[in-house]
Write a protein that binds this ligand. Structure first.
Ligand code: ADP
Length: 175
């Protein structure tokens, strides 16, 4: 039995006392609405200052910064795809967000990481499809040796929490 853990909880990702939180950012990395706005507000203006030096981020890629005033030491910024019906590579791009974020976390020896439901807000990715991709990718990642031991899906809504619970039960029954 591995001591690695995948779990879902309902709450605000900015409040999570994990080593890294993931931001569902946009290509500019200069802040926005939703979870991105909440993270920038909670981290304070130094986060935006550091983000300005990163020259944006491609969709499906990830970049790391400090967490400043957040309880989390690090923020991993990833840019999810805008859902355009499913024929524009959205599923693969979303999977890439999870893989690249986890790879960056592992490069930085991070042990615990929290993800929001990337792309499922303003970017309109269907929640159930997105959840299956998220859980599949993190579960695959945890099968390989890395620093990461705990992955938390922080769900803002009851609906997202119920969906994650169901998919985790289905894809990671031993969790
Ligand atoms: P995207 O543009 O990638 O769709 P959004 O921020 O619009 O990003 O939404 C992504 C998800 O984050 C949505 O499920 C939304 O409900 C959720 N969310 C919004 N604020 C928070 C927060 N403070 N903590 C965790 N999740 C949040």
């Amino acid at each position: 039995m591995s001591k690695k853990q995948i779990l879902a909880l309902q709450g605000d990702i900015t409040k999570q006392a994990v080593e890294a939180i993931v931001n569902a950012a946009n290509n500019t990395l200069l802040g926005g609405g939703g979870v991105d706005g909440a993270i920038h507000r909670a981290a304070g203006p130094q986060l935006l200052e550091e983000c300005r030096r990163l020259n944006g981020c491609e969709t499906g890629e990830a970049k790391i910064t400090s967490g400043y005033r957040l309880p989390a030491r690090w923020v991993i910024h990833t840019v999810g795809p805008v859902w355009q019906g499913g024929n524009e590579g959205e599923e693969e791009l979303l999977a890439s967000c999870y893989r690249k974020s986890l790879a960056l976390a592992a490069e930085n020896q991070i042990v615990s990481i929290a993800f929001p439901a990337i792309s499922t807000g303003v970017y309109r990715f269907p929640l159930e499809k997105a959840t299956k991709i998220a859980v599949r990718e993190v579960n695959n990642f945890l099968k390989k040796p890395s620093s990461i031991e705990q992955i938390i899906f922080v769900c803002f809504s009851q609906r997202a929490f119920d969906c994650y619970q169901e998919v985790i039960q289905e894809l990671v029954p031993e969790s």
